[in-house]
Design a protein around this ligand. Sequence first.
Ligand code: MTE
Length: 329
Amino acid sequence: MYLLKDRGFNHRTPSDITPQAIYHARRTWLQRAAWGLAGAGLGPWAAGEALALTGPGKLAALPGTRSTAAGSMVMDKPTPYADVTSYNNFYEFGTDKADPARAAHTLKPRPWTVSVEGEVKKPKVYDLDELLKLAPMEERIYRLRCVEGWSMVVPWVGYSLAELIRKVEPTGNAKFVQFTTLADKAQMPGVRSSVLDWPYTEGLRLDEAMNPLALLTFGLYGEVLPNQNGAPVRIVLPWKYGFKSAKSIVKIRFVDKQPVSSWERANPSEYGFYSNVNPQVDHPRWSQASERRIGEDGLFTKRRPTLMFNGYEAQVGQLYAGMDLKKHY
Ligand code: MTE
């Protein structure tokens, strides 16, 4: 993607081929419940409060109640499930958009632990099951904008990263958070290549990580994350370019100095630490002024203008008040 030549985004996507996956309403969920697919004992869902979103029903259900976090419900039509799960960037499984869906079946999302460590009063190695229960699951419909010039709208399931951060109690020295993702050659064929310096790492300032929009994500479309989307746990940061949203996280470390992320290390002139979506600051190889929405491609489909902070300025703009965003790209 980034280091390779721009392929021009001419890939054929599944929505060209299959009918649009429909954003089903509650009725469908009730149907699935009748089929026994939706899982038992899921309080809010049973009460019918949540939206019901269906993937193909192959993965375990992971419903969430509709989030009340400001900005967490985008009115744009969600990108079809088939596209969300087949047009991916996950270099641990190859550099082509179709590679992860094809190759990620070798990833074992269970058992899984996430070590939360560094400048915190209560460091802890969390088992996935503990993390799943740490806070109520919410459904958040977010835009995700990739630096390559395309975007998606995804109904994610998770809870604010802030919930976890509060539990571990950062010390006064914790200024940044670093995410490290799995790099296991046995499970991830792409890790044998040197396209990136593995493991894939990303970072945030602590106040960015505490922003309610930062979502610790376990599912999409009402089901657990498909492997290619970063199972079993990833981060989703809707106001930043997609590469900041690290997949298959194994470590969250609180540190006092700004960490260097994998893409920054690979190409510092192209990838900055902040990487906030900004239509006024172009990437050296891609204009950021507009975007193509995956699943909407047609000969005459217009590109959409890209919005400052991907449309989340009201929620996150204050984090960057007074900063020169051309310098801190
Ligand atoms: N996380 C890991 N571990 N490895 C990756 O290659 N790619 C990033 C991000 N997280 C990546 C990653 C990029 S470039 C994007 S655009 C998003 O994941 C894509 O997420 P999606 O495939 O769920 O849409």
